[in-house]
Design a protein around this ligand. Structure first.
Ligand code: AMP
Ligand code: MG
Length: 409
C-alpha cells in the first residue's frame, strides 16, 4: 500500500521492512576488508608476539646475577652476543653473561631481564665487560610471548565490522584473507538539468553538482562506495533506461533530485515507466520532505531531495538504516544521545533536523540563518543532526536536545 506523507519513524520502518540482509559471504584479501562485516569468527592460531622479546635497546641477562649490584659496587657481566630485531639467538645466557639486545629482538633463554643501555657503563679497554649499577627485578623490561594475543584468542567475531584496528589485529596474527558478507552494490545517481560536473566551465543557469561528491564520499567513508553512479538530466526515459539496465546487478538505488512537485520532478514519471512500486512519498519533516521510496524488481530505491543538506540529512536518516539492513554492519547503528545546547537557536521554518557539532555532551548549532536545505557550507565541521522539539519557540542555551551522531567506521 502506498503512503503519501509519513512520519520519519514510519518511513524508516517501511524501508527496513522491504530491504533484505545480503547473507552471501565471500573470502577477500585483508586489504579489501575495511568496512566489511565478518561472516566468520577468527581465533588466533598463534601467540603474538611469537617469542619473548626486548621492549628496548639494552642488555639482557639473569637478574639473579646482579642481586648485590649498587652504584658503588657495580657487577660486571660479559657480553657474549648481539641480537637485533629479526635475528635469533644461538645459545642460552649463562651466569654472569649478558647479550647486547635491540628493541624487538628475542630474549634468549636464561635471561630474565633487560637493562636500558643508558644505565650501564663500560671501562676503558674492556669493551666486552658491562657494569650493572643496580639490582633488577625478574622480568623487568621483559615482553612476554603472547602478551598481546594468544593462540585461541578471539580476534574478530562473526558480525563485527572490520575497521583499521581490526585489520591490524588480524594481520598481527598472520591472517590475510577474511570471509565477509557480500558488499551491497549501490547505484547512485544525481539528477537535474542544471547540474555541471566540477572542473568544467559553468554556463548560465547551471550549478556544480555537489551531491555526487557529498554522498559518494559519505558512502566511501562508511565502507560502501557506490558500485555504479552517474549524473543525469531531467529526462525520465533516460533515467528509467539506466535503472532498468543496472537493476539486476544492484542491491540499493539512491538518487538525489527530481522528487518534489515541480514539472521536472521526474521520478514521478520514472517509477511508472519502470513499473516500480512506490511505497511512500513525502516524509513529514524538514529537511528532505519530498523523499520517496520504491521497490523495483524487489530492489529498494531511495529517492532524496536534490538540496545538498536535505540530501545529506536524509541519507543519514533514511539510507543509512537501509545500508545497515543490507549489511548488518554494526557501525551503521544510529545512536541518539542527549546534548545541551551551547547557545540560543531561533527555530524557524518548521525544521526538525539541523546540522550541529556535538562534543562532551554539548551541541553547537551554526547560526539559524545558515540552515536552509540548499546550504551546504555550514555543514563543515558538523558531526551530528540535532532533532529539535516540534514547537516553534526558540530554544535556549542550556536546554537539552537529542542528537544523532553521524556514524563512522
Ligand atoms: P530538486 O530536488 O531536483 O527539486 O532540487 C532541489 C534543489 O537542489 C535545486 O535548487 C537544485 O538545483 C539543487 N540540486 C539538485 N541536485 C543537486 C546536486 N546534485 N548538487 C547540488 N545541488 C543540487
Ligand atoms: Mg530538479
Amino acid at each position: 500500500m502506498e503512503r503519501i506523507g509519513v512520519e520519519l519513524e514510519e518511513a524508516v520502518e517501511i524501508i527496513t521492512e522491504h530491504t533484505g540482509f545480503l547473507e552471501a559471504a565471500e573470502e577477500i584479501d585483508l586489504g579489501e576488508a575495511l568496512g566489511r562485516v565478518a561472516a566468520e569468527s577468527y581465533k588466533s592460531h598463534m601467540d603474538n608476539p611469537p617469542f619473548d622479546r626486548s621492549p628496548l635497546d639494552g642488555y639482557a641477562f639473569r637478574s639473579q646475577d646482579v642481586r648485590e649490584a649498587g652504584n658503588s659496587c657495580p657487577i660486571g657481566l660479559t657480553v657474549t652476543q648481539v641480537l637485533y630485531a629479526g635475528g635469533w639467538y644461538d645459545r642460552e645466557v649463562g651466569p654472569l653473561e649478558a647479550v647486547r639486545i635491540m628493541t624487538g629482538a628475542p630474549i634468549p633463554p636464561g635471561a630474565d631481564c633487560v637493562i636500558r643501555q643508558e644505565e650501564v657503563s663500560f671501562r676503558a679497554g674492556e669493551k666486552d665487560t658491562l657494569w650493572i649499577p643496580r639490582p633488577m627485578k625478574p622480568y623487568e623490561n621483559y615482553c612476554f610471548q603472547g602478551e598481546d594475543s594468544q593462540k585461541g584468542t578471539m580476534l574478530l567475531e562473526k558480525g563485527e565490522a572490520i575497521g583499521y584496528v581490526e585489520q591490524g589485529i588480524l594481520a598481527s596474527a598472520g591472517i590475510n584473507r577474511v570471509k565477509v558478507y557480500r558488499k551491497p552494490r549501490i547505484a547512485f545517481f544525481v539528477a537535474g538539468d542544471e547540474l555541471c560536473p566540477p572542473g568544467q566551465p559553468l554556463k548560465p543557469g547551471k550549478i556544480y553538482d555537489s551531491n555526487y561528491w557529498l554522498l559518494s564520499g559519505r558512502m566511501k567513508a562508511l565502507g560502501y562506495p557506490p558500485a555504479v553512479s552517474g549524473m543525469a538530466g531531467d529526462h525520465p526515459e533516460e533515467i528509467a533506461g539506466e535503472l532498468c539496465r543496472i537493476i539486476d546487478q544492484t542491491d540499493l538505488v539512491i538518487t538525489t533530485g527530481g522528487v518534489s512537485v515541480g514539472e521536472k520532478d521526474i521520478f514521478h514519471q520514472v517509477l511508472p515507466l519502470l513499473g516500480a512500486r512506490r511505497l511512500f512519498w513525502r516524509v513529514k519533516m524538514k529537511p528532505g520532505t519530498p523523499a520517496m521510496f520504491a521497490l523495483y524488481k524487489g530492489k529498494p530505491m531511495i529517492h532524496l531531495s536534490g538540496n545538498p543538506f536535505a540530501a545529506a540529512a536524509t541519507f543519514e536518516l533514511l539510507a543509512v538504516p537501509a545500508l545497515k539492513k543490507l549489511t548488518a554492519a554494526p557501525h551503521l547503528t544510529q545512536r541518539r544521545q542527549k546534548a545541551v545546547l551551547t547557545r540560543d537557536f531561533e527555530k524557524a521554518g518548521g525544521r526538525r533536523f539541523v546540522r550541529g557539532y556535538v562534543e562532551d555532551g554539548m551541541v553547537t548549532l551554526p547560526p539559524a540563518a545558515s540552515h536552509a536545505s540548499g546550504m551546504l557550507f555550514s555543514m563543515k565541521g558538523c558531526n551530528c543532526l540535532a532533532d529539535l522539539p516540534p514547537s516553534e519557540t526558540p530554544i535556549r542555551a542550556g536546554q537539552e536536545v537529542e542528537v544523532i551522531r553521524f556514524p563512522s567506521l
